[in-house]
Design a protein around this ligand. Sequence first.
Ligand code: KG4
Ligand code: ZN
Length: 352
Amino acid sequence: MTSSGTPVVLGVESSCDETGFGIVSEGVLLGQGLASSASQHAEFGGVVPEIAARAHLESAVPTLHLALDDAGVGFGDITHVAVTSGPGLATAVHVGLAAAKAVAWAMDKPLFGVHHLAGHAAADTLEHGPLPDHSIILIVSGGHTSVLAVGDLVRDPIEHLGDTLDDAAGEAFDKVARVLGLGYPGGPAISRAAVGGDPSAYTFPRALLRPADAPFTFSFSGLKTAVARTVEKIERAGDAVPVADIAASFEQAVVDVLVTKALRAVRERGLQTLVIVGGVAANARLRAVAQERCDAAGIELRIPPPRLCTDNGAMIAAVGDLLVRSGAQPSGLGIAADPSAVLHGAQLPLLR
Ligand code: KG4
Ligand code: ZN
């Protein structure tokens, strides 16, 4: 804490291809710095872990300084450090973890390991304030798709109502973008391509929506295959692929399933709030359809602004800030990377 007792938390994120540093104090984002190696992965159609790690190493110090300048604070003002210690690409996580440990050690400040997905959820608090006592959180990222029942994000255990059996929603966007020749990262490319397309031009499969299916479980690999088959068929016939219509119809299929299952969870739990977070939450169609259906159902919808949906350091600082204010024990300088950490709680390792 500062002499006034106010925490100023530095958050560090490096689990995939974004190097992020953010500074948060009592729920307020003071500033952030962000660098991305996405363009270096484009020719490979997906993130190459070694390239990502090297890029994090090159970007870490300049991006940290961007965050400090943006926040108008100096190193000496930082009271705590929080870092993504998992899940993510091992090589990439290690770089941010080493940077965070270096700052915490050099400045003699407490260090908190943070679960990356809890960071996505906490990002929303930077825009919309504290979460309600209970909510359903739909996490849709490049590696995860989960419906969670969440109480106090940093004090209570996080309950998984359902996850994906195969591809994550963002992974489906990335794979379909490849099929359509739209490049990496696929989500934003599909979004752009879908503008002006007809979302009802093709009826792609909506998996696991029958009454007998697991209510909150997802599967997107069949959808990806269906899109690939459709494109193959059109190409074999020698016709031009209607990219906008296919992109829009694919988006509609993903969004239908996501929103249907998330709203079902809100209703079943008797709750009033749905929070949608993660990179795919930046998708305009998802935001619009979710808003429409939540309005019709009288459910409050919270989605962070698009810049806070994709990976960034502010969201990790937001978790750190919540942990500090809840009196959590620091994780300590000895924390290890946990590349496949399951989300049971916001802090890693789980200390209580
Ligand atoms: O949360 P995130 O930045 O990283 C992970 O934790 O995985 O999510 C990245 C994923 C990628 O699959 C990317 O294609 C997708 O989010 N994404 C989008 C959009 N922006 C990013 N998907 C759909 N529409 C978007 N606008
Ligand atoms: Zn993420």
